[in-house]
Design a protein around this ligand. Structure first.
Ligand code: AKB
Length: 317
C-alpha cells in the first residue's frame, strides 16, 4: 500500500492532486503538506512542512512511512524574477532535500518514489519554438527556468548514480479554476476568466499573438498519475518528459471566451512577462511520453473554456 506525501499541497497542482490521490489510494494514505498552517482545501491529513527544513521533512516521511513524494513547492517564473535568490533556494534546495532523503532511504531498503515538476521554462530563446523536441538546446534565461533545468539534471543524476526512482514532467502553462493564479507567466490564461466573469475588460500582460503551450488541469493530473503509475523499466527519460496539452495565444483565448460571453473585452498592455513568454516554446513534441507511458492530451480549447466558465469561483481583483 502506498503512503503519499504531497508537498506544496495548497498550490495550484497540489490542491487538485491531493483530491485525486485521495480518491485513488484512500484519504488516510495521502498526507497533504504545506508551509502554511492553513489546511486550505480540507485535506484529511495535513502537516505543516517547510521543504527547506530537511530534518522536519525526514521526520514526516518517517512518521507516515511514506513511499511516494510529490515535491511541488516552488516559486514560478514571474515571482521568481522579483526574488531570484529566493527562487533558486526554494526550487533547488527543496528538490535536493527530497533527493537526498530518497537516496538515504533507498540505501536503507526503504525506497521513496519521487515526482518533481519541471516546466517549459527550462527552455530558452535558442530552443526551437515549434514542436520543441524532447532533447534540444536549453538556455533558460529566468531564475525559475534555470532552476528547472538544473533540477532536471539533478533528477537524472540521482537516478543514474543512486537508483532513485524520480520522475518528472515539463509542464506547459496549467489552466485551472480551483486555486487563484500564482505568479506564473502563463497565468494570464487563468486571470482572464476571472475578469470575464466579473464582467470586466481584461488587461493582458502578454501580446495578442504570443502562443504558448498550455494544459487543462484534468489532463495535467492524468499525466502526472500516469507517469507515476508507469512501470519503471518503461521510462527512458529520467530528466523530465515533454507533455503537451494544447497551444493558443491571448487573442484566440479571448475569442473563445467571447463566444460564451459576447460582451467580453480584452486589451493588451505587455509588461516584463512578455519577454519571458517570448523565450518559451509555442508547442511541444511529447511523442516520447506517448511511447513510454501512453500519454495523449484530451482537452481542447472549447472544452477548456466551457469548463472554466462553469466552474470558476470569481475572485475579487
Ligand atoms: C509559469 O508561467 O511560470 C508556470 C510555468 C510555465 O511553469 N506556469
Amino acid at each position: 500500500m502506498e503512503k503519499i506525501l504531497v508537498i506544496g499541497a495548497n498550490g495550484q497542482i497540489g490542491s487538485e492532486l491531493v483530491e485525486t490521490l485521495a480518491a485513488r489510494h484512500g484519504a488516510e494514505n495521502v498526507i497533504a503538506a504545506d508551509i502554511s498552517a492553513n489546511n486550505v482545501y480540507g485535506a484529511a491529513i495535513y502537516e505543516v512542512v517547510d521543504v527547506l527544513n530537511a530534518e522536519r521533512l525526514n521526520a514526516v516521511i518517517d512518521q507516515y512511512q511514506v513511499t511516494q513524494v510529490y515535491q511541488l513547492a516552488a516559486l514560478l517564473s514571474a515571482t521568481g524574477e522579483k526574488a531570484p535568490l529566493k527562487a533558486w533556494e526554494l526550487n533547488m534546495d527543496g528538490l535536493l532535500n527530497i533527493l537526498e532523503i530518497a537516496r538515504v532511504r533507498k540505501e536503507a531498503g526503504k525506497p521513496l518514489k519521487v515526482f518533481w515538476p519541471s516546466s517549459i521554462a527550462a527552455f530558452g530563446p535558442n530552443t526551437p519554438q515549434v514542436n520543441t523536441p524532447q532533447y534540444t538546446v536549453m538556455d533558460p534565461n529566468t531564475m525559475y527556468g534555470i532552476s528547472k533545468l538544473a533540477g532536471e539534471r539533478l533528477c537524472e543524476y540521482y537516478f543514474e548514480k543512486y537508483g532513485v526512482d524520480v520522475r518528472s514532467i515539463r509542464y506547459p502553462g496549467i489552466i485551472s479554476f480551483k486555486s487563484p493564479p500564482g505568479g506564473g507567466t502563463t497565468d494570464y490564461a487563468i486571470a482572464i476568466f476571472h475578469s470575464a466573469l466579473r464582467g470586466e475588460a481584461y488587461s493582458c500582460f502578454l501580446e495578442a499573438e504570443t502562443t504558448l503551450p498550455m494544459i487543462y488541469m484534468p489532463d495535467a493530473i492524468r499525466a502526472t498519475v500516469s507517469l507515476m503509475d508507469a512501470p519503471a523499466d518503461q521510462l527512458t527519460v529520467r530528466s523530465s518528459y515533454n507533455v503537451a496539452g494544447l497551444s493558443f495565444n491571448p487573442r484566440e483565448l479571448a475569442a473563445a471566451i467571447k463566444q460564451n460571453l459576447p460582451e467580453f473585452q480584452i486589451h493588451y498592455a505587455p509588461d516584463s512577462r512578455q519577454a519571458i513568454a517570448a523565450s518559451w516554446p509555442q508547442s511541444l513534441d511529447d511523442s516520447q511520453a506517448g511511447k513510454d507511458w501512453g500519454w495523449k492530451a484530451e482537452i481542447g480549447l472549447d472544452a477548456l473554456v466551457t469548463s472554466m466558465l462553469q466552474n470558476i469561483r470569481v475572485t475579487p481583483e
